[in-house]
Design a binder for this molecule. Sequence first.
Ligand code: ZN
Length: 140
Amino acid sequence: MATNVSRPLPLPDIDSRPFWQGAKDGKLLIQRCPSCRSFRWPPRDFCNVCYTPGGDWTQVSGQGVLLSWTVQHHLLHPGFADEVPYVVLAVALDEDRRCQLLGNLRRATAEELQAGMAMEAVFEEASPEITLVHWRPRRD
Ligand SMILES: [Zn+2]
């Protein structure tokens, strides 16, 4: 079903702007606690683990493991009409398995997925301002 309705895109804010700039540059930047060194997503002004304020933006490898996924068949927004069905998945970063990101599956099908498999980030320009981070199976 073709549509002329645009997909909704993230709106960077003061907390997330470094992440989106990093993605635009092809880098996965994640906040890291200056005290306990844990990584966290989504960005916020204090640590999820020890509640220390602040965080350092750190480039991570863009590699992780697949935690879970679902195949979205139902059209929830007309901007995704050209994409259904699509896979939404959760990946835990290799640097800190407590830090988990959501994204869509790229360069593979849902039938190829297995929990715990190695994944890597794929950067996909969605607009001049926003590059989305999606995931594909790591083939090394
Ligand atoms: Zn901490």
